[in-house]
Design a protein around this ligand. Structure first.
Ligand SMILES: C[S@@+](CC[C@H](N)C(=O)[O-])C[C@H]1O[C@@H](n2cnc3c(N)ncnc32)[C@H](O)[C@@H]1O
Length: 408
């Protein structure tokens, strides 16, 4: 099924997808009701079957589907919160657009279609598979453009976005829109050899950048119990972090933990029933006991939070006057960083700074806030996916979108 078709049926939710796709059931980003429909559509398009991918409601990390395109691996594709992202960028004259998390180019392709004025599209991803899948799809979407769309794909980390933009031109381009759609892609989650999924047996790799030095296997088998405990507590938000860290160390004393299923076994039955997602949005459904440990390892292996924290102010600085930054996050640790970076850029106190607003130096502090203001918040509270999307796509359930606009 073509992306355009998916997009057209998207606003009608899963029932329309069901009707459009026939009697089979949908793939991973969709809930169980519809899961296999897209799966069959995907296989028709040449995609590998996407069996057994957990969703945030089941406790698996959020992932993203990839799109079918001539000459590239074909996957069904439904970018998360697509309508909301397009709406966020709609008022902006999008001459230069930067997608910091290109993935399969799902959002990027739709942005090309929605912004005929776009002249340059820059796409960053640290996973070479993403570029291979996204490039032909974006080129196809821009095929009839006159003048041609300049497409520049930058292999690298969005942490280095300032440097990467510097490689494009001098002075560096000032994007009118920047998107960060955080987390792993389904291309990554669905590939057992990459070790992201506890639903698939594979080597414990978990590197988004396949050339990066540290794999989950190395981390698990060499870090101390205290370090493991720290990441399971801080990145996995696992209440039973001490128990889990102890079990991992006991298991690796018997033999090194090398595969996802060895890890699942080592974690054992910790939380039999605990709330998935945030604030019960996923319905308080029980999550897999290894969920939080997998999340913790993935965040640690890819140093995700530090990179995001560095990238956010750089992205805001890079924006052209009046340009917008949209960030989709999938767990509270990411969202907190986004919220705080946005508050700082908007000249507002972060929750930690609130007390200063009422303190003895409040006027000096208010001046300092005014000084640092470079943007306005477009979304005061994060936007959440609509019911239709979350019904159709369990993985969208934990998504939050925040948008900011650089001052003119
Ligand atoms: C959720 S997917 C993006 C999906 C995309 N929006 C689409 O519609 O196809 C996230 C992508 O960001 C990439 N990524 C994650 N962290 C990154 C980082 N620090 N720098 C560059 N790319 C990163 C991942 O490799 C993955 O391909």
């Amino acid at each position: 099924m073509a992306l355009g078709q998916l997009r057209r049926v998207g606003s009608h939710g899963c029932r329309s997808l069901t009707a459009a796709l026939g009697s089979q059931r949908c793939v991973s980003r969709y809930g169980t009701k519809t899961r296999d429909r897209l799966s069959v559509a995907a296989r028709r398009a040449g995609a590998p079957p996407a069996s057994g991918i957990a969703t945030p409601a089941d406790g698996e990390a959020p992932g993203h589907q990839t799109g079918a395109s001539a000459g590239a691996p074909a996957y069904p594709h439904v970018p998360v919160m697509l309508r909301e992202v397009l709406d966020a960028f709609q008022p902006v004259a999008m001459h230069v657009y930067l997608d910091c998390t290109l993935g399969a180019g799902g959002h990027a392709t739709e942005m090309v279609t929605a912004h005929p004025e776009m002249r340059t599209l820059l796409g960053i991803d640290l996973d070479p598979t993403a570029h291979a899948v996204a490039e032909p799809r974006i080129r196809a979407a821009a095929a009839d453009r006159s003048p041609e769309l300049t497409l520049q794909l930058l292999r690298g980390n969005y942490r280095d976005l300032k440097r990467l933009l510097g490689t494009v031109s001098s002075p560096p381009p000032r994007p009118n829109g920047i998107l960060m759609d955080l987390g792993v892609s389904s291309m990554q989650v669905d590939t057992a050899e990459r070790g992201f999924s506890f639903m698939r047996d594979g080597p414990l790799d978990m590197r988004m950048d396949p050339t990066a030095a540290l794999s989950a296997e190395e981390l698990l088998n060499t870090w101390s119990e205290a370090e493991l405990g720290r990441i399971i507590r801080d990145y996995g938000e696992e209440k039973l972090w001490r128990v889990v860290a102890r079990r991992l160390v006991q298991a690796r004393e018997v033999e090194p933990i090398r595969t996802t299923q060895q890890l699942v076994k080592a974690v054992g039955q910790t939380q039999l029933v605990s709330k998935g997602g945030r604030g019960g949005r996923s319905g308080g459904k029980g999550i897999h006991p290894a969920t939080r440990t997998f999340q913790a390892l993935r965040i640690a292996v890819n140093d995700e939070l530090q990179k995001l924290e560095k990238a956010l102010p750089d992205a805001i600085e890079a924006l052209a006057p009046g340009g917008r930054l949209a960030v989709i996050s999938f767990h509270s640790l990411e969202d907190r960083l986004v919220k705080h970076a946005f508050l700082r850029a908007a000249g507002r106190p972060t929750p930690e700074e609130e007390s200063l607003v009422h303190g003895p130096d409040k006027f000096a502090y208010l001046d300092a806030l005014e000084q640092r203001k470079v943007a306005d918040l477009v979304t005061r509270k994060p936007l959440l996916p609509g019911e239709m999307e979350t019904e159709a796509n369990a993985r969208a359930r934990s998504a939050k979108l925040r948008v900011l606009q650089k001052l003119l």
